[in-house]
Structure formats: structure tokens, C-alpha cells
Design a protein around this ligand. Structure first.
Ligand code: HPA
Length: 279
């Protein structure tokens, strides 16, 4: 498995996409577990399976469709990742970041990322949207960073900052849209674990203590890659389950994650469409 990618390899992926469309996407969207329905609303689409694109990681998880969709949404040229690959599937961190770099090379300047997440904050309820204010890169602290390896200075610096990684103006826009549409939203800190095992009750208590509001197994590597490339980022967690952190509490399961996705999809779609209209 390739651990790192060269600019030439990234350009091979770009060339494949370019064989199918000359659309220059402004906004990239990554749709997480059970949240990929929004891709169906994209107009004038070109749809490419991930496995048709050189070097692309192919998602194997149920609920992740695994297509790259290009077209327009609210009259904005967009590129949508319908499903994503995760570290726990066996990919390297560089592979998880690769689609974001391909998006950047295709012209994307703004990335909107979504994920399904467990609620650590006791006030969160399944079906609620959390606008991501910041993240804790717990797997990064353990050494798993998508920027490990030779720096591609064409994209960005060796040591990129992560202050305001989630663009304050875009977050403000998302809040305004949510208020107008009367959608209850939360705003909080997302923490990324490697997975695929869910958190133990003691893990849950630890994650809460260190300041995380929602936990999942994605997003942070893509956001780091995007910020390295200078993309503006807006992130949403769809809260699919609440984590109690008590020994007797039932563990989360993938079915409830997909089930809550059904409530979350229309809410996320409303907010994302509203944000796109105002960009
Ligand atoms: N933990 C980790 N990832 C998740 C969860 C969870 O409880 N729910 C959805 N994704």
C-alpha cells in the first residue's frame, strides 16, 4: 500500500476526473455514514466510482456509497464524496487525505465535511446537528497524521496552523441558516478516534473530561489536509447516539447510527443548501 503520494500521483487522479468533466468545483462536500443522500440532489451530475480513480481509497463500510459526484447544487459547482474511507478500514492516513488534495487540485476552495458522531455532551440528543467549532486530534497525538512524510510544498507549509480550522464566518452562516429554518443546532468540539471499536465507558468519561462534545472515526484527517492546502472548512456532526459512560449502558451500534441518519439528512441538507446559497 502506498503510504505517501507524490504530486504526479495526485495529478493522475485529477486527470481521470478531467476525462469525464471540465466542471471546476468551488465547494467540496464529504458525506459521512448514512448521510450521503444529499448527493442525489446534485444536478447535471457526473458520477465516478472511487475504484475508477487512480489511488483513491475505496470505502467498504455499509452506508458509504463510494462515488465522486460532480455537478451543481444551489447553482454552485460542487464535488461530492458520497461516502469516505476510514483509517480503520486499513488505509494509510495519506490515503484518507488524498481525495481532499484531489479536490483542491480540481479547484475547490471550500470544504464542507459531515460525519456521524456519538454525543459525549450530556445535553446532546440523537438527531441533532453539531456545528464543529474545533477538533481534538487524538489519533494525531498518537502519531497518525495525514501530513506525515515528505511535505508537498505546492499545497502548503510543513507545519500548518490549526487555529480557526473551522472557518468562523462559515460557522456563522450555518447558524443563521439553522435559526431561519428553525433547526436546533449545537456547537462543539469533535474528537477523532481510530475505531472501529466503539468507546468503552471509561473512554467516554475520559473524552468528556478532555473537552470533547462528540466522538467519531473520521473528519479530522480530511480537515487537516484541507487546512494544509488553504481550503476554508465547515464541519457538521450528526449526533446519532448519546454516550453515557456508565458500565451498565448499552453500547452504540452501527444500525442506530444509520437510523438516526434518516432524521439528520433533511436537517443537514437544509443547512448545507442554505450555506451554499449564501456563499
Ligand atoms: N462513537 C464513535 N463513532 C461514532 C459513534 C460513537 O458513539 N456514533 C457514530 N459514530
Amino acid at each position: 500500500m502506498d503510504e505517501f503520494f507524490t504530486l504526479d500521483e495526485l495529478k493522475e487522479a485529477v486527470a481521470e476526473v478531467r476525462q469525464h468533466t471540465d466542471l471546476v468545483p468551488e465547494v467540496g462536500l464529504i458525506l459521512g455514514s448514512g448521510l450521503s443522500a444529499l448527493a442525489k440532489s446534485v444536478e447535471g451530475t457526473v458520477e465516478l466510482p472511487f475504484n475508477a480513480i487512480p489511488h483513491f481509497p475505496v470505502s467498504t463500510v455499509e452506508g458509504h456509497r463510494g462515488h465522486l459526484v460532480l455537478g451543481t447544487l444551489e447553482n454552485k459547482p460542487v464535488i461530492v464524496m458520497q461516502g469516505r474511507a476510514h483509517y480503520y478500514e486499513g488505509y494509510s492516513m495519506a490515503q484518507i487525505g488524498l481525495p481532499v488534495r484531489v479536490m483542491a487540485l480540481l479547484g475547490v476552495r471550500t470544504l464542507i465535511v459531515t460525519n456521524a458522531a456519538g454525543g459525549l455532551n450530556m445535553t446532546y440528543r440523537p438527531g441533532e446537528i453539531m456545528i464543529i467549532r474545533d477538533h481534538i486530534n487524538l489519533i494525531g497525538m498518537a502519531g497518525l497524521n495525514p501530513l506525515r512524510g515528505p511535505n508537498l510544498s505546492e499545497f502548503g507549509p510543513r507545519f500548518p496552523g490549526m487555529n480557526n480550522a473551522y472557518d468562523p464566518a462559515l460557522r456563522q452562516l450555518a447558524k443563521e441558516v439553522a435559526v431561519e429554518a428553525q433547526i436546533v443546532y449545537q456547537q462543539g468540539v469533535y474528537i477523532c478516534l481510530a475505531g472501529p471499536s466503539f468507546e468503552s465507558p471509561a473512554d467516554v468519561r475520559f473524552l468528556r473530561i478532555i473537552g470533547a462534545d462528540a466522538v467519531g472515526m473520521s473528519t479530522v484527517p480530511e480537515v487537516i489536509t484541507a487546512r494544509h492546502s488553504g481550503l476554508r472548512v465547515l464541519g457538521f456532526s450528526g449526533i446519532t447516539n448519546t454516550l453515557i459512560g456508565e458500565e451498565g449502558a448499552p453500547p452504540p451500534n452501527h444500525e442506530e447510527v444509520l437510523e438516526a441518519g434518516k432524521t439528520l439528512v433533511p436537517r443537514l441538507e437544509t443547512i448545507i443548501r442554505g450555506v451554499l446559497r449564501r456563499l
